[in-house]
Write a protein that binds this ligand. Structure first.
Ligand code: ADP
Length: 258
């Protein structure tokens, strides 16, 4: 909002000044667009599993009415229904978690040992890492970081999972904790195909995926990096991406010192 006062050319003593008020609507319109896009994207993601649930349920009903349903067939028809229900509840949980992070609630922070935090995350994603034959090298040049433990683990877990999922045939991934003058930096780097410039600022938006087909195959909704961004903002820090096409991706999180 901008206020301005200017003198009037009027000769009347009582009408010497004019008062103007400017409202900048661009931020309000931007927020409104983000809200509309969010509802549209969430509904779109729900539509696929719902279609599966409806289709198979109708088929089952039809077969029951025709008295044409045997034991194994019931299972064949029920499995996709259950899988789609799981998919929907997974999406709902992720959205709920994201909206919790987005409200910018104050975090309980303490000095955490970087080595232990990294070890715990690596244990959680051990299965995926060995399935994809990745080799993760950890360097803890900064022994401690001032952060919220749960939040910090989720940030690292999201970045590492992405590095594993999207680095193609490049197997080496590194996690490095570095001490800077005012902060501690967490760097997660892979040597995969990278992210081209035009997508780089957008990958932190909710539901944004570079390659929708590939990302969907990997079970992604495009929510992970939005999550990381808001977790970092809640720490009073930030996350940035350095990447070139075919030169890998490096995500750098900056945690301010206490
Ligand atoms: P998703 O849940 O789909 O993995 P994210 O928000 O975590 O979504 O990431 C957004 C998109 O950014 C992904 O769909 C993927 O296309 C791209 N991306 C993320 N991390 C990497 C990476 N390390 N290398 C290449 N592309 C990546």
């Amino acid at each position: 909002v901008q206020l301005f006062v200017t003198p009037l050319p009027s000769r009347n003593e009582n009408e010497r000044w004019s008062l103007g008020v400017f409202y900048d609507m661009s931020e309000i319109k931007k927020t409104e667009k983000i809200r509309i896009d969010f509802v549209a994207n969430a509904s779109h993601e729900m539509r696929t599993p719902l279609t599966v649930i409806k289709g198979y349920s109708e088929l089952m009903k039809q077969k029951i009415e025709q008295g044409d349903l045997n034991g194994p067939e019931i299972l064949d028809l029920l499995n996709p229904v259950l899988q789609s229900a799981d998919q929907m509840s997974d999406l709902m949980n992720r959205l709920l978690n994201l909206s919790r992070v987005e409200v910018n609630a104050p975090l309980a922070k303490s000095l955490l040992p970087t080595e232990q935090i990294t070890e715990e995350v690596l244990q959680d994603i051990e299965g995926l890492v060995s399935l994809k034959h990745k080799n993760i090298v950890v360097k803890c040049e900064a022994p401690e970081v001032f952060a919220n433990p749960e939040s910090c683990k989720q940030i690292l877990s999201n970045l590492l999972t992405n590095a594993v999922k999207y680095s193609g045939d490049a197997n080496d991934i590194s996690v490095t904790w570095i001490k800077a003058p005012q902060s501690v930096l967490l760097k997660v780097k892979d040597n995969g195909p990278g992210i081209v410039k035009e997508h780089q600022s957008r990958v932190f938006e909710r539901f944004y995926r570079v390659d929708k087909g590939r990302s969907r195959d990997q079970g992604g909704y495009g929510l992970g990096l939005a999550f990381v961004k808001h977790h970092m903002l809640n720490h009073g820090g930030n996350v940035r991406l350095i990447s070139e096409n075919n030169m890998g991706s490096e995500f750098i999180c900056e945690f301010p010192n206490p």
